[in-house]
Ligand binder design. Sequence first.
Ligand code: ADP
Ligand code: ADP
Length: 221
Amino acid sequence: PPVVALAGVTKRYNNGTLAVQGLDLRIARGSFNSLLGPSGCGKSTVLRMIAGLEPPTSGTVAWPEAGRPSLGFVFQDPTLMPWRTALDNVALPLRLAHVPKPERHRRAHAMLALVGLSEAAGSYPRELSGGMRMRVSIARALVTEPELLLLDEPFAALDEITRFRLNNDLLRLWEARRFTAIFVTHSIFESVYLSGRVVVMAARPGRLHADIALDAPARRD
Ligand code: ADP
Ligand code: ADP
């Protein structure tokens, strides 16, 4: 069964904007999916409805396997806490979940190692580059081992080389942890490079335009 299944989902905001229309979408467990399309076509709205941050106007967002899975969310702006070190920023979701300190430090260190930032554990966000801050943000989103990782144009503000490195980091993390990923982007390159499936929204606003399976079976199922 899929992790999440959207059926006939329409979203009309209170100001009358029709953001998503009649969307059917099933996301396979453990798959890496991109949601591609130009600005304003409804990608973020889809992600927010999946995260439960925004209710659909009609249609359903269903979780066939026993309730909503644990979620991680990565935004374009890393929103790290400036007074906390990289390690403490990564450990924060564990602290909120009342995980004891030794265990949260161990897990946060392990996540920092996975994103290649062990050396920066004690650094503060202002001492890190944009790409490093994004790595901290991804580590923070994954430290609770969520089943579903939602990424909303995370690399859009970064230069191309940093962006390419982060794409590779993300693939390595996915191979290590096998979470289900939904990656929102307006970069065709990124969507094709990263995912086993590219869902294209475009043309008429808020509608599905294409649904493409790529030659990367592991990332598809
Ligand atoms: P994308 O992520 O593809 O850029 P969005 O989902 O952000 O698209 O937006 C889809 C449409 O809904 C756009 O026309 C946008 O202006 C509108 N929209 C997004 N969020 C809101 C909101 N909170 N209230 C009203 N309109 C919104
Ligand atoms: P611990 O890791 O022992 O649980 P905390 O994470 O609660 O400690 O606090 C770490 C540091 O961050 C402390 O110096 C605390 O004062 C500071 N701090 C925590 N929350 C805030 C906040 N909202 N604004 C400013 N400083 C904060």
